[in-house]
Ligand binder design. Structure first.
Ligand code: IPE
Ligand code: IPE
Ligand code: MG
Length: 227
């Protein structure tokens, strides 16, 4: 299987909670289990890289109460999950803007990356306070700061914050929305895209398999001609 890298825009937590008469926060809490399921399933299928879009640069515009709830949940979840991921041989990497995340979380992130950096089974990229436009802009800024104006695609690939990631082969977006919402604009150039009608807390192995089937049935031409 040529499927190396799956990325997921995990959307629909708030609506999932709302339809159950619960606060949005409960939807975020219910979103942990499907993330775990995806990690397990990808390991089983020998997918080498999984990226999860957890919080966008635009999500900072949400009510402070929801933001705090999301970050409290994140700190708690990483506290228990990182060790399990490490035991499974998974390398954890974070991508996104670190400013504004708070020392406690930043230390947890650094420690998770340090602990798991030699792991080889699968790589798990967690996009936090991440935006595709932010990513491209700060890469361009790094060229300007370095006084280097001969930008090429290869040099850009080396300088971007996701330089150690592979290109995304399959993007899944849940939550019944047909958009990218500023996820990896550079990295998605030739990704196959599967839009799932399921809200993220309802996402499951069967739906992941359907997305993988879509990938497998696609003829990837990369602009060329298929013989
Ligand atoms: C995705 O679910 C999680 C984040 C963006 C943090 P949402 O919170 O966007 O849920 P909906 O789309 O409002 O249902
Ligand atoms: C995308 O979901 C961001 C994440 C899943 C982290 P949003 O809920 O923020 O996207 P929009 O607002 O529906 O485009
Ligand atoms: Mg949403």
């Amino acid at each position: 299987m040529n499927l190396r890298h799956i990325a997921i825009i995990m959307d629909g937590n708030g609506r999932w909670a709302k339809t159950r008469g619960m606060p949005r926060f409960m939807g975020h809490r219910a979103g942990i289990a499907p993330a775990r399921i995806c990690v397990e399933h990808c390991v089983k299928l020998k997918v080498k890289e999984l990226s999860l879009f957890m919080f966008s640069t635009e999500n900072w515009s949400r009510p402070q109460e929801e933001i705090s709830a999301i970050f409290d949940l994140l700190i708690k979840t990483l506290g228990t999950e990182v060790k399990k991921l490490h035991d499974q041989g998974i390398m954890v990497k974070f991508v996104g803007q670190r400013e504004g995340l708070g020392d406690k979380l930043i230390n947890i992130m650094k420690e998770a990356e340090r602990l798991t950096e030699q792991n080889k089974i699968m790589r798990l990229n967690l996009a936090l306070s991440y935006g595709g436009r932010w990513d491209i802009l700060q890469t361009v800024k790094s060229f300007i700061a370095g006084d280097q104006f001969n930008i090429s695609e290869d040099k850009f690939n080396e300088a971007i914050s996701t330089h150690s990631f592979s290109d995304i082969d399959l993007l899944i977006r849940t939550g019944n929305e047909n958009r990218i919402s500023n996820f990896g604009l550079w990295q998605l150039a030739y990704a196959e895209i599967y839009f799932s009608k399921l809200l993220w807390p309802d996402f499951n192995e069967g739906e992941l398999d359907k997305a993988i089937q879509l990938f497998e049935s696609a003829q990837r031409r990369f602009g060329g001609v298929y013989e």
